[in-house]
Design a protein around this ligand. Structure first.
Ligand SMILES: [Zn+2]
Length: 189
């Protein structure tokens, strides 16, 4: 059975048997925070368990690397929506050890694209349009530094209310252990 069919079949039963009832909640986070973290598969269940977060507790924003790389990109917009529209009062950026974005080489990924049929001309056209694909795809070297950079980007954002603490943490994808990088209650950026 194809993956999508499997999902749809499961879904039909899920709804029919009213399994959703256990997850009933509202769009407002009980714990009044927004978490920016990585899309890593190891964190899907581990991170909520390790932080004692259940359905309805937090706003969770995910991308590759838990990166806030652009002040007016969709991650920053999500944070602002969480704060101004959905009652989040704190922001947590949680990177993790052994992240796929750590040491990611853009050149290697571009080679993979070419092998999958992306043409050199397409890449050249993007370069001429002012898009630096290599820079855009570049990962980070050090996860703590990357988390600090994202925290700073959020904290210094001109549209973020100044009384919102922004914390930075790194999680172990095997044990769920958290290391504090930036305590947003103390930090004066
Ligand atoms: Zn990651």
């Amino acid at each position: 059975m194809k993956l999508l069919d499997e999902i749809l079949q499961h879904n039909e039963e899920f709804v029919k048997e009213k399994k959703y009832e256990a997850y009933s909640t509202t769009k407002f986070p009980n714990k009044r925070m927004v978490i920016v973290t990585c899309m890593d598969t190891r964190l899907t269940e581990l991170l909520p368990k390790a932080l004692n977060i259940g359905n309805g507790d937090v706003k969770l924003v995910k991308n590759a690397g838990a990166l806030v790389s652009h002040p007016f990109g969709s991650i920053m917009r999500s944070i602002l929506v969480a704060v101004y529209q959905l009652q989040a009062d704190e922001v947590l950026v949680i990177g993790h050890h052994d992240c796929g974005m750590a040491g990611m080489k853009a050149d290697e990924m571009i080679e993979n694209m070419k092998e999958r049929g992306i043409k050199e001309e397409t890449l050249e056209m993007l370069t001429y349009s002012g898009i630096n694909v290599t820079k855009w795809l570049k990962g980070f070297q050090d996860v703590s530094e990357s988390v600090s950079h994202s925290v700073e980007m959020i904290k210094k954002h001109p549209l973020l209310a100044k009384d919102i603490p922004v914390h930075g943490l790194v999680i172990d994808p095997d044990t769920g252990k958290l290391d504090l990088v930036i305590d947003g209650y103390k930090e004066e950026l």
